[in-house]
Design a protein around this ligand. Structure first.
Ligand code: MG
Length: 258
């Protein structure tokens, strides 16, 4: 019995120190890596480029159609259609500028899961219709991630505090960070959030939040940082992740700091 217990403890400790295959270089490509190659934002092409560059994460935005299909797009509108007001089938009548159809969340996750170096930073958008719908989106994104067994790849971000709470209630292990910037690290910690992803202007006003969050075990991320001065400032503050339209630039800056 004693021997068995020793072996089990050994296996548990071995598993916990096993290296995660995911890259840790702080670089989160905002809506994928689209800018340098003029890919459409949030396209499969922009996700593939973020992966090719070796980013820690590739961010993308999720909306829910009127018939409750989760799709990837930044704006509330896609090619003149309000996503929340139309069906998925209606969205398929138009394409992205590179010819791709609007990706569903499932398709996007499946593409990202072909590799295990770059994380998928899933932003679920607050509904423009109701808080109840924001909560529904928070619940459905988590359920979709579970259905595809994509938990290891996905970290969530959202401006919807209620939607974030719903995602956490659906899966207490879900790594949900909050975007709006109106909650302190300790408020986020007690509500069960994984961390914050705040606009850099807020962190310039409250730089102490970065250390406070880290001491509470929260992850810290900042958006959308495209200039070298702010990138350097955030790195000096010990930020965990930086979300940028210029992942190539941030990768260069990180290389020069080594
Ligand atoms: Mg976003």
């Amino acid at each position: 019995m004693q021997g068995l217990l020793t072996i089990m403890l050994f296996l548990i400790s071995f598993a916990s120190v096993a290296q995660s295959p995911f890259i840790k270089n702080k670089v989160i490509a905002h809506r994928g890596a689209w800018k340098n190659n003029a890919f459409p934002q949030n396209s499969i092409a922009s996700l593939r480029e973020a992966i090719r560059l070796g980013c820690e994460g590739s961010e993308f935005d999720v909306w829910m159609t009127a018939d409750e299909v989760l799709v990837i797009n930044h704006d509330a509108e896609f090619e003149g259609m309000e996503i929340e007001q139309v069906t998925y089938k209606e969205l398929l009548t138009k394409t992205l500028p590179n010819g791709e159809k609007i990706p569903t969340l499932k398709e996007y996750l499946q593409e990202g899961m072909k590799q295990n170096k770059t994380k998928l930073i899933l932003e679920f958008k607050p509904s423009g219709i109701s808080v109840a719908r924001s909560e529904k989106i928070g619940e459905l994104v988590v359920k979709t991630v579970h259905e595809l067994h994509a938990e290891d790849w996905v970290e969530y971000i959202t401006f919807s505090y209620e939607g974030g709470l719903k995602a956490i209630a659906t899966d207490p292990e879900a790594k949900v960070s909050y975007l709006t910037g109106d909650k302190s690290p300790s408020q986020l910690r007690s509500a069960g959030f994984y961390g914050f992803d705040y606009n850099f202007r807020i962190l310039k006003m409250k730089p102490e939040w970065i250390q406070e969050a880290r001491e509470l075990g929260l992850i810290t991320n900042s958006w959308t940082v495209n200039d070298p001065e702010t990138m350097t400032w955030l790195l000096d503050q010990g930020i965990d992740q930086i979300t940028t339209d210029e992942p190539e630039l941030l990768l260069e800056i990180l290389k020069s700091r080594k």
